[in-house]
Design a protein around this ligand. Sequence first.
Ligand code: FES
Ligand SMILES: [Fe+2]
Length: 399
Amino acid sequence: MDKRAIAALIDAHPPRTALDRAFYTDADIYERDISEIYLKSWLYAGHGSEIPAVGDWFLFELAGESVIIIRSSEDKIHALLNVCRHRGSKICLENRGRDRKLICRYHAWAYDLDGRLRGAAHMGEDFDKSGISLKNIHTEVLEGMIYVNFADQPAPFKPVRDALTECLRPYRLDAARVAHRQTYPINANWKLSVENYTECYHCVPSHPEYSRGHSLAKPEARSAKLMQEVMSRALTCGLSDKAVNRIYLDSEGFGADYAYERYPLWRGHITGSEDGQPVAPLMGDIKDYDGGTTDFQVGPVCFALAYCDYVVIYRFTPVSLHKSECDISWLVNGDAVEGEDFDKDRLVWLWDVTTAADKRIIEYNAEGVSSRYYEPGPLSEMEDYTWKYLSWYLQTIRP
Ligand code: FES
Ligand SMILES: [Fe+2]
């Protein structure tokens, strides 16, 4: 679809309506999704505890790009494009590793941990390797969480840091560790995966396990009294009762969205688990369970839920036009010992069962929207946030 046709389709889009079939099936629109959104936004790459030693690295891959997230010194993390500066071979081939130098297997060019070319044989006497380095992309670490951005001049990360540091501090995520990380492949365009995350209209029909404990599934049943009770307890438990929301607003700096909001769980539930009871030790400086949970977001496609005893971080990325991935990290206190302080199966149960259901409904959605007879329908009042995301999306990719 050429640029004019894409712009016309966007201009004709009725408000508060699902996206047209072309947004899920057209290869040119997909290319714009990548260039206008994914290559310009802050994206969660992983957590500092996953690369504790100098030389530790892991790969972050999306839409045909591969980035080496590597610790080059005790306090410095780099994000290096995994493309050799000689003839372009991929350098790191496994998902993770530990190296003193990064050596390309093709002709053995060797790079320092910060990406600088260190050795290249048979290049002649005049060869100056000093100006050659693996391409670095921008990296920011927020409370131990590593965010990267492909843009040459990304939106400043400072407003995100300024807004979220204080709210997140009680969790001491900088001292947390990843107890489990899993990637769920989803046979659907990435937007269907994100759309699904942005609404809880589907929670009651699709997530009985989640809906048992989370009031977001039935906001109309949530009383002001319960809200007040939890918010005042939040403060005595050492948590922030602040709410911030700068989401899908380009004027604030593209792709540097952020939000933080705490809300009640249903009575009898103090965390997100099978029975609503704790699955790990209290995180960081939190003193007690307040009966609530937090949603927070950094960038347009990375979301998180922070319970008093664990935090789950979600990232949605495209693989190709019809494939996406949902990557989930479960974080607990850095000193929590598996088998003693927490049982991994109990810890991951809720968000694993919920994500398995999400994968199913998203894939059925993908099959439906690829039908020649699919016609976009109206959104519900429980899809306000989805519409905010969709209208931002349409504006962003409009040629
Ligand atoms: S392509 Fe890497 S050394 Fe030649
Ligand atoms: Fe869901």
